[in-house]
Design a binder for this molecule. Structure first.
Ligand code: SF4
Length: 372
């Protein structure tokens, strides 16, 4: 249940006698009981992060994600988004299954589909929201109703900046959050609240002189430390982008057909990756190790069935086929792959058709046998 802060401010008066130091310690313990690996507390001063965001938008690095412009200051002023907010409870949840075929191995097997490891199981929005609700229930059971609103990558919330301020890690040069004990393969969630909790200390920066993620990004999307140009980023190109994938990036995409983990794969801090305890993140339909061809043969109904409850579903069938066509164009000219591409070329939408034609042209460069 979401309680809107503006409607319950009198409750604050009933909270005068709460021991907030003890409550903060309890919240961290209850967060773990609710399934999170860690919780921390941030204040609501996100001025520095707001400046960084404004600069990024000014440089047009958000590509066509126009929603990043929306909500204005609400994004970096939590009390403007939810009036009455005094503190933010920030939580993290590990998602990596360490027993799976490593992503870097998959990207070398050109007939396989490399799907970002966060997207293999159940949609994290639902998983995190349910856990946040459990945490809220525990707090309410202790202190009674309190003003709050829960978020998980679902509203104009600067979740990485908040988590950094809450001591959950630091923002690395690739712009993801890194935890010194767990690497970077985790999700974040937030509870905006009117509870006056003491903020935790921001974690210090530990990238040092390393620039591995900048050097190894397949499309040179990290144009400077902490500056990702979304229009070059494979995650953006394969997920947020609903139009054609610019030709200049198609070869570099390889077989990455949903998101890209490369900047995290090369990060030395990910040697500390922890195996997730969350069964909901187990891969569905062998998405962790599927053949491109097998996924390309899914018709729309199968796509919708097999991605129900998965974050992959939101890109839609056209983008799914577009991405797979690029992956297949970067694979080997096996007869089955060529046949599948040819069979779909005439029934595909104009956008997918153009990507299929590109794939057939690329495959034809690898063989002396005419493909067309
Ligand atoms: S690869 Fe190096 S520079 Fe990039 S985030 Fe990791 S530690 Fe920082």
């Amino acid at each position: 249940m979401v309680i809107h802060l503006a409607t319950i401010l009198p409750v604050n008066q009933q909270q005068e006698h709460i021991d907030y130091q003890q409550l903060k310690a309890n919240i961290k313990a209850w967060a773990k009981e609710s399934g999170f690996q860690q919780a921390g507390i941030s204040d609501v001063n996100l001025k520095q992060a707001g400046e960084h965001l404004k600069n990024w938008l000014k440089k047009q690095h958000h590509a066509d994600m126009e929603y990043m412009h929306k909500h204005g200051e609400k994004r970096y002023q939590p009390e403007a988004l939810v009036p009455g907010t005094l503190s933010v409870i920030s939580v993290r949840l590990d998602y990596m299954q360490t027993s799976l075929t490593p992503y870097e191995e998959l990207t070398k097997q050109v007939s396989k589909a490399a799907i970002s490891r966060y997207a293999l199981g159940r949609d994290y929005h639902k998983v995190i929201r349910n856990k946040l609700k459990k945490l809220v229930a525990k707090i309410s059971a202790e202190i009674g109703p309190f003003g709050h609103r829960v978020f998980t990558d679902s509203a104009p919330v600067m979740e990485k900046a908040i988590a950094e301020k809450a001591g959950l890690g630091w923002i690395g040069k690739h712009s993801n959050l890194i935890n010194s004990k767990a690497g970077s393969y985790f999700f974040l969630g937030e509870i905006y609240t009117d509870l006056p909790l003491e903020p935790d200390r921001k974690q210090s920066f530990h990238c040092g002189s390393c620039t591995q993620c900048i050097q190894d990004c397949p499309t040179d999307a990290i144009i400077a430390p902490f500056q990702v140009d979304a229009s070059r980023c494979i995650s953006y190109l394969t997920i947020e982008n609903h139009g054609p994938i610019p030709e200049e990036f198609r070869k570099a995409m390889g077989n990455r057909i949903y998101g890209c983990d490369d900047c995290q794969v090369v990060c030395p801090w990910n040697k500390f990756t922890q195996n997730t305890a969350e069964p909901d993140f187990a891969p569905r339909h062998h998405l962790d190790d599927s053949e491109l061809l097998e996924l390309f043969l899914w018709d729309e109904e199968t796509f919708l069935q097999n991605t129900a409850g998965s974050p992959i579903r939101r890109i839609g069938y056209q983008s799914w086929q577009r991405n797979l066509a690029v992956g297949m164009g970067n694979s080997k000219p096996h007869a089955n792959i060529i046949e599948a591409l040819k069979q779909k070329v005439n029934s595909a939408s104009p956008m997918v058709k153009e990507h299929i034609e590109w794939a057939l042209t690329e495959l034809s460069k690898q063989t002396s046998t005419p493909i067309a």
